[in-house]
Structures are given as C-alpha cells and as structure tokens.
Write a protein that binds this ligand. Structure first.
Ligand SMILES: Nc1ncnc2c1ncn2[C@@H]1O[C@H](COP(=O)(O)OP(=O)(O)OP(=O)(O)O)[C@@H](O)[C@H]1O
Length: 261
C-alpha cells in the first residue's frame, strides 16, 4: 500500500521581517512515521506549528532543515500524490462545483481522460444535483464536501486535512466525520488531519500525535485501539480523552485563581 510518510528531524524557522525581532522557531526537530493507509490526527496548542508541518508535507513550504519522504521519495514540492483540504472550503467562488472539482485535473491536462471522475467524486461526497451550483449557493457543509471532492479527484495517496470541519456546526461536523471515514476506507489512502477537537481526533484516528507548544516537537503518539465505528460515550473513549488532555496539560491542572474584590 502507498502513502507512507517519514519525517526526519524537521526544523522550521520563519525569518522576522523586523530586524529587531527574533525569528520564529516553529518546528524544533519533528520526527514522525506515518503508516500507509492510516488515519492520523495532529493535535497541539494553538500556534505550535501543526499547519506549518502539514504545509511542508504538502510541499507548499520548505523545512529549514531535516528531510521528509513520501513512499521513499524526498518531498521537495507539491505533487498530485498529496491532496489538500483546508478549513473553510477554499473553493473558487467564480466556478461551479463541477468546475472547482475539475480544476486540478485541467491544470494537469488530464481533464478529458478523467472527466467522468468528476461526476464520480460529486456522487461520492453527496453533491449530486448541485454540479452547476456556485459556492455561495451551498451551505457550509456542502462547500466542505465540494472541497473534499476537489482534493480527492486526482487520487492522491495522502490527503492532508487542515481543520477541515472547524467552521461547521456540531451536527454537520459529525456527519462529515463519518463521510470522511467512509472515503478513507473506500480509497485506501493515508489521511493526516490537523484538528483542535480532541473527540474528533479520537473518533477518527488510528493514532493521535500530540505536539508540544512552540517551538514544537512530537510530545506523544497515542494509539487509539478502539473498534470502528466508535461510540463517543463509551468508557474507553473517555479514558483516551482524559489521557490526551493530560498530555496537552489541560486535564484540570489549571492553577486555582484567587479573586480580590
Ligand atoms: N509564513 C509565516 N511567516 C512567519 N511566521 C509564520 C508563518 N506561518 C506560521 N508562522 C508562525 O509559526 C508558528 C506556527 O504557526 P502554525 O499556523 O503552523 O500553527 P498551528 O499550530 O497550526 O496554529 P493554530 O492551531 O492556531 O491554527 C506561529 O507562531 C505562526 O505565527
């Protein structure tokens, strides 16, 4: 199976535009191996570098040092082997759903050959009948579905998801979690998802990678050993939640506050 990611000692520093200020060290020696076909979530404090790491894996940004490999090939630029879906749909507002989904295929000059693929992915994400709609005519959940179809249509071996469901209401979010899992199973692909939602990470993932605060490293990798489909109310689910919150240092360890009136 394809879709194995290896991250070896990756550092990323952002140069400050203001010479009086220090550069920002975001990633501080990240090591991670992601099994082909697995579902892995990245979780960590705000600003620790999760999106930065995803962008580097996607080839949209470069590591300052260290190396990354996809199926043994060094990652140096974006490629059709990696699909990207972000929070907010990032659809082109001037294109219909089907033209948004077809955009990547056209850019790669394979649209004619894979035209029927567009319809296949429209159907897969449940947007049949909305092919000619523009993004502003869709709900947030439908926009996110279209965005997923656009990321999937080129058959990437890895789908990189940056808080894909962050802007959605709780009900739509849970529905789409199940749909993403269905797509994951059907397509034998690796999924790597940044999320702030501990329950979402436990519900969806084989492994949850907890990152430390910036400058960030992998703090702990937690294997989620629960059968699928998972029930959020089961005791073991709650135990994973407590464990992850503890690693994040949010497990009720906030110091007592004293109020002076
Ligand atoms: N292009 C950039 N130029 C300068 N600094 C950047 C750039 N991109 C990210 N950073 C900085 O790098 C750090 C990590 O940012 P990143 O967006 O990767 O964090 P994150 O963990 O995804 O945050 P959040 O959970 O809040 O979305 C932050 O301090 C951010 O300000």
């Amino acid at each position: 199976m394809v879709g194995e990611i290896k991250i070896n000692n990756v550092y990323k520093s952002f140069k400050s535009l203001d010479p009086s200020k220090e550069d920002t060290l975001a990633l501080n020696g990240v090591d991670l191996k992601i099994e082909p076909g697995s579902f892995v979530s990245l979780i960590g404090p705000s600003g620790c570098g999760k999106s930065t790491l995803l962008r580097i894996i996607g080839g949209l940004d470069k590591a300052t040092s260290g190396e990354l490999f996809l199926d043994g090939n060094k990652i140096i630029k974006p490629g059709s082997d990696r699909g990207f879906a972000f929070q907010g749909s990032n659809l082109f507002p001037w294109l219909t759903v089907e033209k948004n989904i077809a955009f990547g295929l056209k850019a790669r000059h394979i649209y004619k050959k894979e035209k029927e693929e567009v319809q296949k992915f429209v159907d897969l994400v449940g947007l049949k009948g909305f092919e000619k709609s523009y993004p502003h005519q869709l709900s947030g959940g439908m926009q996110q579905r279209a965005s997923l179809a656009r990321a999937l249509v080129g058959h990437p071996s890895v789908l990189l998801l940056d808080e894909p469901l962050g802007a959605l209401d709780a009900f739509t979010r849970m529905t789409l979690q199940d749909e993403i899992l269905k797509i994951w199973k059907q397509n034998n692909m690796t999924m790597l998802m940044v999320t702030h939602d501990v329950d979402e990470a436990i519900y969806m993932s084989d492994k949850v990678v907890v990152m430390s605060s910036r400058p960030s490293k992998v703090e702990e990798i937690i294997d989620i050993d629960l059968p699928r489909p998972r029930a959020r109310s089961q005791d073991t689910f709650q135990q994973y939640r407590t464990r992850i919150l503890d690693v994040l240092n949010l497990g009720g360890k906030i110091e007592e506050v004293e109020y002076y009136l």
